[in-house]
Design a protein. Structure first.
Length: 253
């Protein structure tokens, strides 16, 4: 069943069309990789879906809700959560408190009050227990009470993933999750993403430059070039598509 339906999405900046009439769908439970050469419009598309940008036209339907009619700060309430390429963790806070911030959309506390333990103690304890359980599930429990500052980059990437899970999303959007990781860490992350998708019953969309990882974990791949979709299908179909080969390698396929 289709859970994310993007239709005729278009946006321009200063007269330059960044995304041109883009349409694609993602089925519930799928991992969809959004790829393309530099400047293809991947991040812009990601930002449109997650409501950081406002499109000129088009629609983004998530499970029957038009996300373009939802205020950006309410997107997480719809079950949509995203991570960022540049880590958005608070370095001076503990890992556990960083993960608890991801749960603020399900609490009576605000994103600002949650880290400082304002609000009811019962709810604080519940959120803390849930956050610790997620850290344990991702083999991060040993870091729970350490400050985020100074931890290895690969560990910080997993902590941000844990924070996303704390929001109990249905659609988790990952922005360049493999950036800055070693080859071994990328392999571990790929396995973790597939495992998390299955265990937490998620649908995922990711923007990623690491092609081997995208092709290994994605059920569907959407390829952009100069803001337009040039291919959509399984990893095998996309890799054999002449338009994709031209976009990445140049010349004739």
């Amino acid at each position: 069943m289709t859970i994310l339906d993007v239709q005729d999405l278009r946006v321009s900046f200063g007269g330059i069309v960044a995304v041109a009439d883009l349409s694609f769908t993602v089925d519930e439970g799928q991992i969809c990789g959004l790829i393309g050469p530099n400047g293809a419009g991947k991040t812009t598309t990601f930002n449109l879906i997650s409501r950081l940008y406002q499109p000129d036209s088009g629609s983004v339907d998530f499970d029957g809700t038009d996300l373009l009619r939802v205020p950006p700060h309410k997107i997480a309430h719809q079950g949509v959560f995203r991570t960022f390429q540049n880590l958005a963790l608070w370095p001076g806070m503990t890992v556990l408190d960083n993960v608890m911030v991801g749960a603020h959309t399900r609490s009576k506390q605000s994103v600002l009050s949650a880290p400082f333990r304002f609000g009811t103690r019962r709810e604080e304890n519940r959120l803390r227990e849930e956050a610790y359980a997620i850290l344990a599930d991702l083999d991060l429990a040993e870091h729970a009470f350490k400050p985020a500052a100074g931890l290895p980059y690969g560990t910080l990437k997993r902590i941000e993933l844990a924070r996303g899970l704390a929001a109990h999303p249905r659609l988790l959007m990952l922005d360049e999750p493999a950036t800055g990781l070693t080859n071994a860490e990328v392999t571990e992350l790929a396995e973790l993403i597939r495992d998390v998708r299955d265990r937490y019953d998620l649908t995922m969309v990711l923007v990623e430059h690491h092609m081997a990882m995208v092709m290994a974990i994605s059920d569907k791949v959407v390829v952009l070039d100069f803001g337009q979709k040039i291919a959509e299908g399984t990893p095998q179909e996309v890799q054999a598509n002449p338009e994709v080969i031209r976009a990445y390698l140049g010349g004739d396929a």
